[in-house]
Design a protein around this ligand. Structure first.
Ligand SMILES: Cc1cc2nc3c(=O)[nH]c(=O)nc-3n(C[C@H](O)[C@H](O)[C@H](O)COP(=O)(O)OP(=O)(O)OC[C@H]3O[C@@H](n4cnc5c(N)ncnc54)[C@H](O)[C@@H]3O)c2cc1C
Length: 452
């Protein structure tokens, strides 16, 4: 029974993968845990929408890939299978009014642009290797790299517009932000955190290599089912106050007390909670110097994956239009054809101003340019953005402003009294990804078990 009269060992704010993993670990260690979740569902930035005919789409996080070991381990623990993202046949590029098909990873760009792009990727990977993941401010030349934006570096590094255009598509797909919005140091940190640039970009041997049978929310659903009686839904936390002996956490309905609190929500949303006493200056700045990324997912569902008949793998990239990258998101057995297109960064904010009909028309225009007129006639179209959801305010993750890592970033995981921090943004490995969220939940549980 979840009553405000009970004193809890730990209260967890947020039932995304981070909060749920922390709860799971703490409950296994026999702690009395309460989880307060603002939404009417668990999963946070992972949300599988399921349809009556058994089809499902992941509106948020979807893929898993090599070295995302903690997420794989969780899936194994809860009996959730993975399957390979369809990746057979040619990829598609639409550039300067022409559709080109190509094999492998290298887009068919003019030779010098291609060399420039290839050099830039090798160079950024080399630079990323120098990052101190635990504290990026300790990376050699950190101050300079943290004030320079990724866009500045691209301008210096690549003299061909075409190379920059395609690097920008890749950067958009990785960060859901424009290269002008992030520092070079953050770009390098994020790349190392996820192994290297190609791993972040690729399907084969990359972060998009596999998906979950039944959708990415399935492990979260099964984990939460173990302790659903400890989760309060529709319970946004409005205030957290600390006294010498305990912490009080206030929702619209009740005030609960505990020995420790885990705040497992993205930093920009932490600013909506009233802390008493006020947070120290570094923490205040952490909440203010990060902004959520911007992305829409556009899904078109067909009776079959017709593009596969033309030896196409469903992958497309273009600098034009709203949808700049597509993937084959069909179910494992190919019983339906599902194309998913990303609208990213500035384009995502522009897309948000359109009506539903205008958004569909724009996405269908892109899909049919890439895959032929058949693509314009889906059985169903749907799109989704977390920009419009109060309890995320954007996605994939919070992006630090230039200067963040070398000023206040060192405090990203530092507890403030009895308050501890989790969430993918606090992870030094696979930061921004579901695996990073799981790791942060495990880390914060260990942090608390060491003192409780
Ligand atoms: C479109 C999209 C595509 C993505 N693709 C991938 C992918 O393919 N692979 C991958 O690994 N990652 C992907 N990600 C990122 C991944 O989904 C996130 O990194 C991860 O889910 C974050 O988990 P979390 O637990 O840290 O935060 P969240 O999932 O955001 O959990 C925080 C929870 O706290 C709740 N909350 C917020 N404020 C309050 C409050 N005041 N009181 C109580 N509760 C509150 C929220 O409702 C939410 O449930 C994607 C994300 C998006 C949106």
């Amino acid at each position: 029974m979840l009553t405000p009269n009970t004193h809890y060992d730990v209260i967890i704010v947020g039932a995304g993968y981070a909060g749920l993993t922390a709860a799971h670990e703490l409950i296994k260690a026999s702690k009395n845990v309460l989880i307060l979740e603002a939404r009417d569902r668990i999963g946070g930035r992972v949300h599988t929408q399921r349809f009556d005919d058994g089809t499902y789409v992941d509106l948020g996080g979807a893929w898993v890939g090599p070295s995302q070991d903690r997420l794989y381990a969780l899936a194994r623990e809860f009996g959730v299978e993975t399957f390979k993202t369809y990746n057979t046949g040619k990829s598609t590029q639409y550039f300067r009014g022409k559709v080109k098909r190509y094999n492998g990873l290298i887009p068919p760009l003019p030779l010098f642009s291609l060399l420039s792009l290839d050099m830039a990727i090798k160079r950024i990977d080399k630079m990323a290797k120098t990052v101190n993941l635990a504290d990026p401010a300790k990376t050699p030349d950190a101050q300079r790299l943290d004030t320079m934006t990724l866009a500045d570096w691209m301008q210096q590094q690549m003299s061909y517009d075409t190379a920059r255009d395609f690097f920008k598509i890749a950067a958009g797909a990785i960060w859901a932000a424009d290269p002008t919005e992030l520092s070079m140091l953050h770009a390098m940190f994020y790349i190392k955190s996820g192994r290297d640039f190609n791993t972040l970009m690729n399907v084969k041997n990359g972060a998009q290599e596999e998906r979950f049978v039944g959708g990415a929310q399935t492990s979260a659903d099964r984990m939460a089912a173990l302790f659903m009686d400890r989760i309060v839904l529709n319970a946004p936390v409005r205030a957290i106050s600390q006294t010498e002996g305990h912490v009080s956490v206030t929702t619209d309905a009740y005030t609960y007390t505990a020995d420790r609190v885990v705040v497992a929500i993205p930093p920009p949303l932490q600013a909506d909670i009233r802390f008493e006493p006020a947070m120290p200056p570094d923490r205040q700045q952490i909440m203010q110097q990060m902004a959520m990324g911007a992305v829409w997912k556009c899904y078109a569902i067909y009776d079959r994956p017709f593009w596969r008949d033309q030896n196409l793998n469903g992958l497309a990239a273009t600098p034009d239009g709203h949808v700049t990258v597509t993937f084959d998101n069909s179910p494992k057995d190919g019983s339906r054809g599902i194309l998913m297109g990303f609208v990213l960064g500035d384009k995502a904010r522009e897309f948000s101003a359109l009506t539903e009909e205008q958004r569909q028309a724009s996405a269908m225009q892109s899909f049919s340019t890439f895959f032929g007129t058949q693509a314009a006639q889906p059985l169903r179209y749907l799109d989704h953005s977390y920009l419009n959801e109060d309890w995320s305010k954007g996605c994939y993750a919070a992006v630090p402003q230039p200067g963040f890592w070398t000023s206040v970033g060192h405090a990203i995981r530092q507890p403030v009294g009895r308050i501890h921090w989790a969430g993918t943004e606090t992870s030094d490995v696979w930061n921004g990804y579901i695996d990073g969220a799981v790791r942060s939940g495990e880390r914060v549980a260990q942090e608390i078990l060491a003192v409780l």
